[in-house]
Design a protein around this ligand. Structure first.
Ligand code: NI
Ligand code: MN
Length: 224
């Protein structure tokens, strides 16, 4: 039995047996944050891109816990230069970790870093095999047709897709993404954090066919 705890915005804590990993740990400054960064105890930190609402507290958590940051070579280099242990990967690459397998996918979005004018590599999504099941976290992205290929090649048990619009897919496009990806279960993320990305997750859920949409409030946990 694995667990996914939604910590707000795009941050998800996954656990399975002794393994704990966190994705996009934006907690400090996150109006939705359901945990303090000091309370996070993980072995791995996956960061989809360098925007502050995704990189977030990754480096301080890595320095405190000794967790390894998994990211693109550019973003891993940025974190390593600040003292974190990292594992650099890139789009299309996969690697087996203690908890399971990670593969990096494309995402259509920006590659800026936290400092103005800095660049931390292209944004990515993650395919994570945990407890024998495949989880897809899309990161920040617009809709892209290759989602069909991702879905065809990977029976996705649980997908995390942005629905908030403005910076990413909104509801309309996320409904199409669900059709392309064909996940069994689907959790909407990256909405409601600020007024500019307000979206009604129930309106999204009502429009998705085939997949079971699970709306998690920040702090809620899904067993799968
Ligand atoms: Ni972003
Ligand atoms: Mn974002």
């Amino acid at each position: 039995m694995a667990e996914a705890r939604y910590l707000g915005h795009a941050c998800v804590l996954l656990s399975e047996g002794p393994h704990r990993l966190i994705l996009d740990p934006y907690l400090t400054g996150n109006p939705q944050a359901a945990a303090a960064p000091e309370a996070i105890d993980v072995q791995h930190i996956l960061v989809s891109h360098g925007h502050q609402d995704h990189l977030g507290d990754a480096i301080p958590i890595a320095l405190r816990t000794g967790a390894t940051i998994i990211a693109t070579a550019e973003l891993a280099g940025y974190c390593e230069a600040r003292g974190a242990r990292t594992h650099a990967m890139h789009i299309g690459g996969e690697h087996d970790f203690a908890f399971g397998r990670v593969k990096l996918t494309i995402a259509q979005h920006g590659g800026g870093g936290p400092e103005p004018g800095s660049y931390t590599g292209p944004p990515v999504g993650f395919l994570i095999t945990l407890g024998g099941r495949i989880i897809y976290h899309a990161g920040d992205t617009g809709l892209f047709r290759d989602m069909r290929l991702i879905g065809e090649m990977n029976p996705i048990e649980l997908a995390f897709l942005p629905i908030g619009g403005n910076y990413t897919m909104g509801i309309e496009d996320a409904v199409r993404a669900a059709e392309l990806l064909q996940p069994r279960r689907l959790v909407p993320i990256h909405y409601g954090t600020w007024p500019v990305i307000a979206a009604d997750p129930q309106a999204f859920a009502a429009r998705v066919r085939d997949a079971q949409v699970i709306v998690l409030r920040p702090g809620e946990t899904l067993e799968f």
